[in-house]
Design a protein around this ligand. Structure first.
Ligand SMILES: CC(C)(COP(=O)(O)OP(=O)(O)OC[C@H]1O[C@@H](n2cnc3c(N)ncnc32)[C@H](O)[C@@H]1OP(=O)(O)O)[C@@H](O)C(=O)NCCC(=O)NCCS
Length: 168
């Protein structure tokens, strides 16, 4: 079944919160800019706004948070940033992604990045910066499969070594 990227919606709450707990085990944040002070509906609206560039949190640029959906199942997510600030240029990149553990090794990350690139380009991003931890073999393969060119390896603000790839 095909993977498609779509905006988050009200019905995603349960599976998105489950994904958030699963990815925490990998030390990865699934739901960006999430806090339990607001309702799920407000969280979905927050991202609708961020896509338009409205009421951005500090450090955020106009961006989309997209659910990766396969046959109605939430298998992962993509974050597509439409420009770079200093942090994103140094270590965050234009596109971030995660696949839930139960759905890994089926080619979904590769498909997801392909679609996220289309979203970025539709928003006018030319060369796309994608980064991954130096020891994240799976993510590096995903980026290389989309012709990512390694520019360098930098020390991130939290001390991790991060590879910076450009997809031209
Ligand atoms: C990294 C991640 C997105 C990969 O998702 P996935 O859907 O399993 O990846 P794919 O099935 O598309 O596989 C892509 C490639 O990685 C390889 N791969 C997948 N898991 C792997 C692993 N654990 N170790 C080594 N290689 C792996 C696949 O064999 C494939 O290689 P190929 O293109 O040479 O055949 C997923 O493991 C994940 O969400 N991890 C936690 C969050 C994260 O690291 N996000 C990326 C931040 S940059």
């Amino acid at each position: 079944m095909e993977l498609r990227l779509r905006p988050l919606r009200a019905q995603d709450e349960e599976s998105a919160l489950a994904a958030q707990a699963e990815l925490r085990e990998d030390g990865f944040t699934f739901l960006l800019d999430f806090d339990t002070e607001i309702s799920w509906e407000q969280y979905v609206r927050r991202w609708d706004g961020y896509r338009r560039g409205d009421a951005l949190a500090e450090g955020y640029v106009r961006s989309a948070f997209l659910a990766a959906d396969v046959g109605g199942e939430l298998v992962g997510r993509a974050s597509v940033r439409f420009s770079l600030n200093d942090f994103l240029r140094h270590e965050g990149g234009h596109i971030g992604y995660a696949i839930r553990p139960a759905y890994r090794r089926r080619g979904y990350a590769r498909a997801l990045l392909g679609q996220a690139l289309v979203v970025a380009r539709a928003e006018g991003v030319g060369d796309v910066l994608v980064t991954c931890n130096d020891d994240n073999e799976a993510s590096a393969r995903v980026i290389q499969s989309h012709a990512g060119e390694l520019e360098d390896v930098v020390v991130a603000s939290d001390g991790r070594l991060v590879r910076r790839y450009w997809i031209r």
